[in-house]
Ligand binder design. Sequence first.
Ligand code: PLP
Length: 397
Amino acid sequence: MFSSPEEVFEKEKRYMMQTYKRPRIVLKEGKGATVKDSDGREYIDCVGGIAVNAVGYCHPIVVNAIKEQAEKLMHTSNLYYTEPQVELAEKLSGITGMDRVFFCNSGAESVEAALKLASKVTGKHKFIAAEGSFHGRTLGSLSVTFEPKFRSVFEPLLLNGVKFVRYNDAETIREAIDEDTAAVILEPIQGETGIMIPSNGYLKEVKEICEEEGVLLILDEIQTGFGRTGRWFCKEYEDVEPDIMTIAKALGAGFPIGAMLAKEGVEFQTSEHASTFGGNPLACAAALACIKVIEEERLVERSRELGNYFMEKVQVHDDGIYSNPIVKEIRGRGLMIGMELTKPCGEMVERALERRILINCTSDTVIRLVPPLVISKEQIDRVISVLREILQLDEPF
Ligand SMILES: *Cc1c(COP(=O)(O)O)cnc(C)c1O
């Protein structure tokens, strides 16, 4: 189809909207925590499809589940019952502790559903979100996304009356609540803003305030879910039960699927919400296989162990990373790790790529590491040694 990577780059430029800035490699295949480009070069992938490929590339259990389901029934619409969908709903209820599920196809869509549901259940229309938040790019989810560079050209957005409060300061939420506030929406760890981890007790305090004030709490676990932080869901660290929860990213092991979950009584009724593709049998078969792999391979525990391993290596045994003056802070939970630099990290991403490591820079100065949870210790060692090497290169950037 294409004679060279250059042809791919040219045609992409000619035929696609230029919404993405990407390095000049074409990825062709992957296995475990590695991907190969069209020239056969292999990379250790610390981006993991942006925290999507938790079980690694081409896990045979996931691949087979998709193949088998594709041969039986890919799609029928939600006008009919299908088994994978109901099985997945039961499974998700079990691992999240939530009561009811609505299936959709992406993170932003699950946030849309959550906002819509909160409005309908409370009869109120204002939302409180945090400074630094990221909840998606559709007009509704963008309304509760903080970053001016994502939203400013589209303002005014669809939802008026969104108040942004300081993250990690629960009392600011109480002050922002008024008689028309439907819900507070938060990420338990802010991913896109650079792996911002709130203090212990923050979420619990927020939940208490929401209860006292009669406002719903929506937790966005789209990035933190499915073992990423060393628990199935990050909310478990504080034992907090939200009224509504959004999930997507790792749910389908790379197959697009999202879901919004809620407590009993916080529900849509017939015809109040719908999605043509939402929870179709193929997507649900992929998600069921993904969850099975996470369980069987104990990837939640593995994420916690490997996250600790990484942190100990760089912090406790500091092998030249933490003492480097460019490094401001390394923080994380499980395999959701951010390395904040004192300068923009774009150049580091290129230098890592040359050494066959994929990393990504979020929020300008933070290197985000969200590798597949199946990554090995040896691969982590390699990542650390490359990070050390490129930080120590003396030419300043
Ligand atoms: C990625 C992400 C979203 C948006 O998900 P999409 O599938 O890209 O629409 C929303 N919230 C959080 C916390 C995310 O990390």
